[in-house]
Design a protein around this ligand. Structure first.
Ligand SMILES: Nc1ncnc2c1ncn2[C@@H]1O[C@H](COP(=O)(O)OP(=O)(O)O)[C@@H](O)[C@H]1O
Ligand SMILES: [Mg+2]
Length: 209
């Protein structure tokens, strides 16, 4: 079984958006996948309940009360809450094959990301550099100063973004219907999907072999 966690200290950075998309992408690739929601808000779990039955299935697992490793599937995507006990976070980190960190173009998100990386860098799989960390610049608007600043910030941290996702209203709409860009066939969605290609190319050997 393979597992990936989407995490960051900051709320609203796109963790659930990335987690739902990665789970749907794995499902479209024929993988039996669970989306495990560790957040009290249970937004990822609610998304699995809204997901239309005729789309490739994503099993929702509600871990918002008690954290436990998920079994019985080929892949798990853990949606990690902004505030998680250090001990629990360490346990999740010990379970996964990759960490994915969405970061918004804002100074607050930079601070949060720095703090998060400081925290997890003490965990053994990361200290020993066994666990890959991929950052994703999220909600980026064109060639703005903020966009360039975020790219520089992540590159200086030695985690240059594996993808840069545009700010697009489609993401909020899909959150409400249990869908993702991977489920859509219209030209706009196809265009937005191009943002995901570098990340998927990077994680594919790790997650799909
Ligand atoms: N690239 C994006 N463009 C536009 N809206 C986005 C994007 N990524 C996330 N969002 C929206 O931002 C809000 C917060 O995202 P969410 O994934 O719930 O963050 P988190 O799980 O980190 O709190 C949601 O309403 C979501 O639809
Ligand atoms: Mg969330």
């Amino acid at each position: 079984m393979i597992a990936v966690a989407v995490a960051n200290i900051k709320g609203g950075s796109g963790k659930t958006t990335l987690a739902t998309h990665l789970a749907a992408w794995l499902a479209h690739n024929g993988v039996t996948v669970a989306l495990a929601d560790l957040d009290r808000q249970r937004s990822a779990f609610a998304w699995t309940e809204r997901r239309p039955r005729d789309l490739p299935g994503v099993r929702g697992v509600d871990l918002s009360r008690d954290w436990a490793p998920v079994a019985g599937v080929d892949a798990v995507v853990y949606d990690i809450p902004a505030a998680m006990k250090r001990k629990d976070l360490e346990e999740v980190v010990n379970q996964v094959d990759a960490l994915i960190l969405p970061v918004l173009p804002s100074a607050f998100d930079e601070d949060g990301t720095r703090r998060f990386l400081d925290l997890v860098s003490e965990f053994k799989p990361i200290r020993k550099r066994r666990l890959p960390i991929f950052t994703v610049a999220n909600r980026v608007r064109g060639r703005t100063v903020a966009a360039r600043r975020l790219e520089t910030f992540l590159t200086e941290l030695e985690f240059p973004p594996s993808a840069t996702l545009r700010d697009a209203a489609a993401y909020a709409a899909m959150a409400g219907t249990g869908r993702t860009l991977f489920d859509e066939a219209d030209p706009r969605s196809k265009d937005l999907l191009r943002d995901w290609v570098p990340l998927l190319r990077t994680i594919k050997p790790l997650l799909l072999g």
